[in-house]
Design a protein around this ligand. Structure first.
Ligand SMILES: *Cc1c(COP(=O)(O)O)cnc(C)c1O
Length: 390
């Protein structure tokens, strides 16, 4: 099919929930993608932070294919080596004690919500179920994770939503005010990606974590987007110097295959018992074998490289005419443009010139593969400079 045929068939048969850009991608290498007409693009998106080692990643492909040649799926009533290897690696690199595998970020967060409530139920009985989440956070598209998302625009059409969520501005006094005898957890994205790459203040994060610890209120950190090396740390909480009680991750973990993980730390490791939670596909051996090959490469050397690349991009970006503010950590970067400039139009113009970027509310969002080369970065920066200086 050529592009027009794909686009037509898509319009005829796919539910119109996505505002797609006018490009069909076909292949690629590293941080360079090729569309159906053979045009090349520098990738500053990684497919929303997923392909952290770029496309056509040899090590990941070998791991996936090797497992495909063994067994593609077994139900979770049997053991498989890839699942347990991945869990052990994640525990080692995160400090968590136990892992539950699902298939997406939203599912990882559903699991976190259930784990927090179960922990509280076992210890305090009924009624201590409320979770304080932050304004401008984003936690997913299921009904519970929409309810957990502290943005009014996500609370339309689909009600009634599950209850038990209250929202606070990311300030100590504001969160404290929402905490009551009903509170079992505080849930937050330390770097709010979907809403525009807003980095939470370190003092606030430490203060609220200490306060929660004293009251046995669990701290849930949503690392679905910020995790797996993206910010120059395995998980962004490591850069904040805190240890959460639950962390969730997904996007970059599976190299492009669907996976979500809920990491349970000291307090919550034994929250679940047999039958409390489950997933048919969660922890699939092919996906886990691929993810092992990803997580094995998330090393301190790579994190240093990510921070250096992030600094390099930010230094250049902050000098571009038309950029008002640069936010983010590592290779998770937000760009505030001059008022009146449409971020969608800017992203479309970048695409025309051969650069893929994301938007996030009123900002541009850059999530390049962690292995992007200097040449690819420079080419992308050149296009951004041309587009934004106009
Ligand atoms: C993308 C995202 C989610 C949802 O992940 P899905 O895999 O789309 O369900 C949840 N939380 C954060 C912070 C995200 O960026």
């Amino acid at each position: 099919m050529n592009f027009e045929q794909i686009k037509e068939s898509d319009a005829a048969h796919i539910a119109p929930t996505y505002n797609r850009f006018s490009v069909a991608l076909e292949s690629g290498e590293g941080a360079t993608l090729t569309d159906t007409a053979g045009k090349k693009y520098i990738d500053f998106t990684s497919g929303i932070g997923v392909n952290i080692f770029g496309v056509n990643d040899g090590q990941w492909k070998s791991a996936v294919i090797a497992q495909l040649n063994k067994v593609q799926h077994t139900c979770n009533l049997y053991y498989t080596e890839p699942q347990t290897r991945l869990a052990a690696l994640l525990c080692e690199k995160s400090g968590a004690k136990k892992v539950f595998f699902g298939n997406s970020g939203a599912e990882a967060n559903e699991c976190a919500i259930k784990a927090a409530r179960k922990y509280s139920f076992r210890k305090y009985g009924e009624g201590r179920y409320e979770i304080v989440t932050l304004v401008n956070g984003f936690h997913g598209r299921t009904l519970a994770t929409l309810a957990a998302t502290g943005q009014e625009e996500f609370h339309k059409y689909f009600g009634p939503f599950p209850g038990g969520f209250v929202y606070a501005e990311p300030e100590f006094a504001a969160v404290k005010e929402k905490i009551s005898e009903k509170t079992c957890a505080v849930m937050m994205e330390l770097i709010q990606g979907e809403s525009g790459v807003h980095v939470l203040d370190e003092n606030f994060v430490r203060q609220i974590t200490e306060y929660c610890r004293a009251k046995d209120i669990l701290v849930i950190v949503d690392e679905v987007q910020s995790g797996n090396g993206r910010t120059g740390y395995m998980y962004s909480y490591q850069g904040y110097g805190i240890i959460p009680d639950i962390a969730t991750t997904a996007k970059g973990l599976g190299g492009g295959l669907p996976i979500g993980a809920c990491l349970l730390f000291e307090k919550t490791a034994d929250a679940f018992s047999c039958g409390d939670h489950g997933s048919t596909f969660g922890g699939n051996p092919v996906v886990c074998a691929g993810a092992v090959s990803i997580v094995e490469r998330l090393t301190d050397d790579l994190f240093l490289e990510v921070r250096a690349k992030g600094d390099y991009l930010k230094t250049f970006l902050s000098k571009i005419k038309g950029v008002e503010e640069v936010t983010g950590k590592g290779l998770m970067i937000g760009l505030k443009l001059h008022p009146g400039v449409s971020v969608r139009a800017a992203a479309e113009k970048c695409l025309e010139k051969g650069l893929m970027v994301l938007t996030a509310h009123d900002r541009l969002r850059l999530l390049p593969p962690l292995t992007i080369t200097k040449t690819e970065m420079n080419e992308g920066l050149k296009i951004l400079n041309e587009v934004l200086a106009e």
